[in-house]
Design a binder for this molecule. Structure first.
Ligand SMILES: [Zn+2]
Length: 70
């Protein structure tokens, strides 16, 4: 496991598309180590990633909302 790079890939399917997963109470311990739950787009495997990686994920990779035309 490499801590330096923030490129993530699923340990089940190898895909590197994730979205942030919902926090559960038992995730608290991981949060202390700045790790957040994420979920694989393809196989829905839930895993944990460094906070920085998750932040980057939600900024770029996450599905962008349609620009609402009002
Ligand atoms: Zn997967």
């Amino acid at each position: 496991m490499s801590l330096g790079s923030t490129s993530l890939s699923c340990k089940l399917c190898g895909l590197s598309e994730f979205r942030a997963s919902r926090l559960r109470r038992k995730d608290f311990l991981r949060l202390l180590f700045l790790r957040l739950p994420i979920r694989c787009h393809a196989c829905h495997e839930r895993t944990f990633a460094p906070l920085m990686a998750v932040l980057r994920l939600s900024r770029s990779g996450h599905r962008l909302a349609h620009p609402a035309r009002s």
